[in-house]
Write a protein that binds this ligand. Structure first.
Ligand code: URA
Length: 199
C-alpha cells in the first residue's frame, strides 16, 4: 500500500498545510534546504503567481522571490497597481535545487501536491505562471514559454475557474533586458485586465 502524500491529509487551511509542508521529506531536495519556501501573500487573493523554485536568497529567508528576480517581480506587480500583499506567490518546488539547477521531473511530481492544495484553497481568478516550469506543469504542455506568453488560457479544475497567463520568468527578463521587460509588462497588463472588478 502506498502512503498518501502529506499534502493530501495536511489540514483545511493554508497555515495548517504550511506547517506540515515545513517538515516535508518527499524528495531529495529536503536534505539540502535551509528553509521550505511554501508561499506568501493573501490567502484569498484573486491573482496568484507561480514561479519555479527557491534560489539562494529564498532558501535563506524562507520567502519566495526576495532576490534580484524577486525585486523585478515586485516592480511588475506594482506596475499594475497592486502590492505583494494583494497577491499570492508560490513556486512549483518549495525547496532549493542545489546550485540553482532545474528541478527534476521527480522533484516536481513529489512537490506538486502542495501547489495543488494552495490552488484549491486560494482559488485564484487569475494565475500568472512565471517561466517554463510553472507553465508546463499547470497547462500540461510541452510548448515553450516564448510561444505561450501573454495569452489567456482557461484553467479549470474542481472548484477553480481561472484564467492562466504565462509570462517570462523574471530571471530570464533580467538576463535578456529591454524587449523581454516590455513583454513581461505587457503580460502583466493582460493578467490585470483578466481580473474581476473595476479597474
Ligand atoms: N525564482 C523562482 O522561480 N522562485 C523564487 O522564489 C525565486 C527565484
Amino acid at each position: 500500500m502506498t502512503t498518501p502524500h502529506p499534502a493530501t491529509t495536511a489540514g483545511a487551511d493554508l497555515d495548517a498545510i504550511r506547517a506540515v509542508a515545513l517538515t516535508c521529506t518527499e524528495c531529495g531536495l529536503a536534505t539540502g534546504r535551509t528553509h521550505v519556501v511554501f508561499g506568501v501573500g493573501d490567502p484569498a487573493a484573486d491573482l496568484m503567481f507561480v514561479g519555479e523554485g527557491p534560489g539562494q536568497n529564498e532558501d535563506e529567508q524562507g520567502e519566495p522571490f526576495v532576490g534580484r528576480a524577486g525585486k523585478l517581480l515586485t516592480q511588475l506587480i506594482e506596475g499594475i497597481g497592486l502590492t505583494r500583499a494583494d497577491v499570492y506567490i508560490a513556486n512549483v518546488v518549495k525547496c532549493r535545487p542545489p546550485n540553482n539547477r532545474d528541478p527534476l521531473p521527480e522533484e516536481i511530481a513529489a512537490c506538486s501536491p502542495w501547489l495543488d492544495r494552495q490552488l484549491d484553497l486560494i482559488r485564484p481568478k487569475v494565475i500568472v505562471t512565471l517561466g517554463n516550469f510553472a507553465t508546463k506543469l499547470l497547462l500540461d504542455t510541452k510548448t515553450g514559454i516564448t510561444k505561450l506568453r501573454g495569452q489567456e488560457f482557461a484553467f479549470t479544475r474542481a472548484g477553480i475557474d481561472a484564467v492562466l497567463v504565462p509570462t517570462l520568468h523574471p530571471s530570464a527578463v533580467l538576463r535578456s533586458g529591454g524587449v523581454a521587460l516590455a513583454q513581461a509588462r505587457a503580460d502583466f497588463g493582460v493578467a490585470k485586465r483578466a481580473l474581476p472588478g473595476p479597474r
